[in-house]
Every structure is written in C-alpha cells, then in structure tokens.
Design a binder for this molecule. Sequence first.
Ligand code: GDP
Length: 297
Amino acid sequence: MKKSGTIALVGRPNVGKSTLMNALLGEHLSIVSPKAQTTRHRVMGVLSREPCQFIFVDTPGQADIQGKALNKLLDRTAVSAMADVDITLWLIDARQWTSIDEQVQQRLQRSKPGCLGIILTKVDQVKDKNSLLPLLGRLQQQMQADFLVPLSAKKSINLDGLFAELERHLPEGPWSYDEDTLTPHSAEFLVAEHVRQQLFLRLNQELPYATTVTIDRMVENEAGLEVHATIWVNRASHKGIVIGRQGQGLKAIGQSARERLQLLFDQAIELNLWVKVREGWADHEDGIQSFGYGATE
Ligand code: GDP
C-alpha cells in the first residue's frame, strides 16, 4: 500500500529548517543562509522512496520581526502551511530556547496540528545530551507530540530516525507526483531563489529584506541556459550598494549564483543581472503581491 503526504517544517528563523530539508532531500533546492528569514516562499521538495512519497513544505520563520507588510504576509503563509499538512515538524534548537520559540509553541497549541513531531536540531553542538532531557520532557507533556527526534542535519545524525517516524505517520494513499520529481517549482523560481540567496549572503543589515528578484527571460540555446533577471531594490541609494564599486558586487553575486545553478541544472548557464528601483515595495502588500509573493507557490 502506497503512502503519501505533506510535511511542514516550522520553527523560528535560523533554527535549521532549510538545512534539514536539504539534508532530507539530498539536494540544494531550498535556500540556506546564516541570516534570519531567507525563506519567503513555501519551498517544496518531493522525495519518493517506496512505499512513501514525502512532500516537504518549508515555511518562513514565524516571528513578528518588524510588523511590516512583508512580515505579516510571511506570517500568514506560515499559518496556512500548518493548516493543510499531514505532519508538522516543529524544530527547536537544542542549544537555546527563546521567546520566539515560545510564540511558535503558542501558535501550534492554537492550530492543533493533526500529527506533530518535535525535532531537536543541532545536537552536534551539545556535549551533554542528558542536559536536553528536562526540555524534552516538558515539551512532550505540554504538546503531546506524536514523536520526538533529536538530530543534526549538518552532521547527518539520526536522519534515519526521523525517516522512520515519518514513514510510520504518513497517511496511506496514492502518490501525487511522478517518482522522479524533485520539486514542483519551475526553473524560473529556482533561479530567482538562488540569486536572492546570494543577495542575502553578500549584503549586510536590512537591505536584503527589501530586495526581490524576477526572471525576465530564460532561453535554452546550444551553449546552455541563458537567463535575464532583475534585482528589484527599494530605493535609488540601494542600487549602488547592490552593484558595488565598478560593478564588483553584482559580478560576485552573479558568479556565485551561476556556479550553484550550474550544479543544480547540470548545464552551462549565462546569467545576466540588472538592478532596478521600485520605491517602497516592501511596505505595501500590493507591491508584494504584484511580485507573486501572495500566490500559493
Ligand atoms: P532556517 O532559518 O530555520 O531555515 O535555518 P537554516 O537552515 O538557514 O540554518 C541556520 C543556521 O544554522 C545555518 O548557519 C546552518 O548552517 C546552521 N545549522 C542548521 N542545522 C544545523 C545542525 O544540525 N548543526 C549545526 N551545527 N548547525 C546547523
């Protein structure tokens, strides 16, 4: 009998959701960076291993970080991601419990997921594993989780333990995707996400939160894939920051994104980037929706 279902990874920013999803999928489809809140979309990855098809949903951090329109939209996406999934994995950093974890816990208690697994992440960073027992005991009592798995996505510790629990709790039913589907996302989406990841890695402070990336044109020719993309910034002054001195900043962003995309697509890529200004887009929901963030991607 086949099994299939959706699995949401929830938890505060930086807890390790993208890293875990990548480790589970074995591919770099979602976006990882040391800065908070890089996941604006519900990034999905699909893993098919007889008899199970796991459909992963990576949600944005569930924190009211600035209360601006963008954050509110992220928050709504996170809530809706929890509402319609079969298994919710709540990630907690084994090294520290914060007030944002508390907020996520309250939200989870309100939304009452059908099946809840608590994942203690980054256990490779904890010397005395017994020190985790009181926290685990308390959470288990408060949340009545269906399972509880300590693991390290980075050091591949106990990923099998998590898979065993997922297999056990996945509902029976036909598969939704072909067995070789890795992601239902378009190539355009993946290119935009990789460019955005480089912006996050290379720009400081709040600037990256006010940028977005659109794909203008993508054509396949004999040399490989030719991509034309635009980086949208909030203010004219930000344009220069992204481009950098003598264009060095933009060049570095393009080079790194291109290298990663070549690995992902397994073909040569020519990446042409432009930077354009659209004032105040991050402050208005209309602006955000017009870039596609309101869509259920
Ligand atoms: P997200 O915001 O929840 O998606 O968090 P990320 O997956 O982007 O991870 C945030 C940071 O934690 C990154 O610097 C990761 O390399 C790091 N990280 C994630 N998982 C682990 C882990 O298991 N062990 C260690 N030591 N670091 C991790």
